[in-house]
Design a protein around this ligand. Structure first.
Ligand code: SF4
Length: 494
């Protein structure tokens, strides 16, 4: 039974961050290490604010947690200091809470009944509690390999080692299937490894989870592009089922703005991947912001990741541009063009550190020097409105043009879907108009025995959705191979 007065006694308090100057001097995670005692005490207080609602909107449904995390249960266990039970209940629905605790924008907090208090900012600090449970679980040795009791004799290939692929692999291995994860890169983790900067997710957090999967029996093959290095015929002959978890990494480009092809204008991933590789010890990044005037186009998560990366690399200046107006507050969201919070919450820790943001502007031209390298961008004030067909249109609102210096321009304007992989052609799978892979209600694609999950199915989305889809596809594959499944299936295909 929760403390029904907890939220009246204590205000919400978010985790403290390290000073901005200190953060800029290294690649370590943003949040302050308070030491276990202080962290545990503070988090227990925050967990005590949960009212254990009769209908916990945080827990599931269209706005809450896609994983169906048992939030009121573990809030109360943490309040009472029972970290062991809290760890059990958290891991019952979430394979990787240390990833969601760090990376998820927490739709559960937006759905929390207490979000109506304190001008919309009074929700229980669910994400903070989740991360603390995950961290305590590792510190106290509560996360152990969980080996299958019986084996099925069935073999499953998972293509892609991002959060969706890893969740599917862990669930299927634990169900007794022989699972091999194929990764075309040299290291495992997909976007977790090479997309998310170290200051948001230190890779040792990923590596310790991968070690657990290995001990449970999941096999991994890196540097192997399925459909090229392993042919489709070999894939089909070796495995009883295939899970496609290949992500949606095709970056949206800006093909219409004059000067796009100038040297120094890159897609965001051209910046983030080498920066993450440099953190892994692979040498200086090919696209480096050091000493440069950096302009980032796009106001979302990926843009913020480029922002924090560029400032840490020692950029001379960093400016992030957004076509949309600055959101006034969470409560004033009817003025925002963004669908719903958490997508509206667009201020990130990186923005507190250095640099500048400009809202309601669009690039008119990338201007080059005599060597064909970008040197400036020309901006104009705009507003975004819907045209007669309901499509968004960017309309200039001023004749005035602003010119910014720019040696490095990063396009962080979204993703268009799955890359055109040889594997898909070999399997006879065509992409939808959205650039994703469609499936039936059993997660099976148009290729029999081939399933899909995560961003490849959903389009670029949240880490929590990737894990939820990975768990659900595991249920579907287990049913396909054995006729039924006891594995959970928290979400259905969209
Ligand atoms: Fe607790 Fe908020 Fe969930 Fe209610 S909605 S159970 S207060 S976390």
């Amino acid at each position: 039974m929760a403390d029904p007065y907890g939220f009246l006694k204590h205000d919400r308090a978010d985790a403290k961050k390290r000073p901005a100057d200190e953060r800029l001097g290294d690649w370590g995670e943003v949040y302050l290490d308070l030491g276990a005692d202080t962290r545990d005490k503070q988090v227990r207080t925050q967990a005590s604010r949960c009212m254990d609602c009769g209908i916990p909107f945080c827990h599931s449904g269209s706005a809450g947690c896609p994983l169906g995390n048992l939030i009121p249960e573990w809030n109360d266990l943490v309040r009472r200091g029972d970290w062991g039970q809290a760890s059990d209940r958290l891991h019952a629905t979430n394979n990787f809470p240390e990833f969601t605790g760090r990376l998820c924008p927490a739709p559960c907090e937006a759905a929390c009944v207490l979000a109506i208090s304190h001008d919309g900012g009074g929700a229980v600090a669910i994400k903070r509690v989740e991360q603390a449970i995950a961290d305590v679980s590792w510190e106290q040795g509560l996360v152990q390999p969980s080996q299958a009791q019986v084996t099925s004799g069935k073999r499953v290939a998972v293509v892609g080692s991002g959060p969706a692929g890893l969740a599917a692999a862990q669930q299927l291995t634990r169900a007794g299937h022989e699972v091999t994860v194929y990764e075309r890169d040299d290291r495992l983790g997909g976007l977790l490894r090479y997309g998310i900067p170290e200051f948001k997710l230190e890779k040792k957090v990923l590596d310790r989870r991968l070690a657990q999967l290995r001990k449970e029996g999941t096999k991994f093959v890196t540097g192997c592009e399925v459909g090229v290095d392993l042919t489709v015929a070999e894939l089909r002959s070796r495995f009883d089922a295939v899970v496609l978890a290949v992500g949606a990494l095709r970056g949206r480009d800006d093909t219409s703005t004059p000067g796009r092809r100038l040297a120094g204008v890159h897609l965001a991933m051209d910046h983030l991947v080498p920066a993450n590789r440099a953190c892994e010890g692979d040498g200086p990044p090919a696209v480096d912001a050091a000493g440069k005037h950096v302009v980032i186009i796009g106001g979302g998560d990926t843009g913020a990741d480029c922002y924090g990366t560029a400032t840490r690399q020692g950029a001379a200046s960093v400016v992030q541009l957004d076509q949309y107006p600055q959101p006034p507050s969470r409560r004033d969201d009817e003025r925002s063009p963004w669908p719903v919070w958490p997508w509206i919450l667009r201020t990130y820790p990186a923005h507190e550190e250095a640099g500048e943001r400009k809202f309601a502007v669009a690039v008119e031209e990338f201007v080059g020097d005599e060597h064909g390298h970008v040197k400036q961008i020309r901006l104009r004030k705009v507003r975004v409105e819907k045209d007669a067909s309901g499509r968004r249109a960017v309309v200039p609102t001023s004749e005035e043009v602003e010119v910014l210096p720019a040696d490095l321009v990063l396009l962080a304007i979204g993703f268009e879907g799955v890359e055109h992989l040889p594997l898909l052609g070999g399997l006879g799978i065509e992409l939808t108009a959205r650039g994703t892979i469609s499936c039936g209600s059993d997660w099976q694609t148009q290729a029999p025995g081939v399933f899909v999950c995560g961003d490849a199915h959903r389009g670029a989305s949240l880490v929590v959705w990737a894990i939820a889809e990975g768990r659900s596809v595991a249920h579907a594959v287990d049913s396909f191979l054995t006729g039924s499944s006891d594995l959970p299936s928290p979400v259905i295909p969209n």
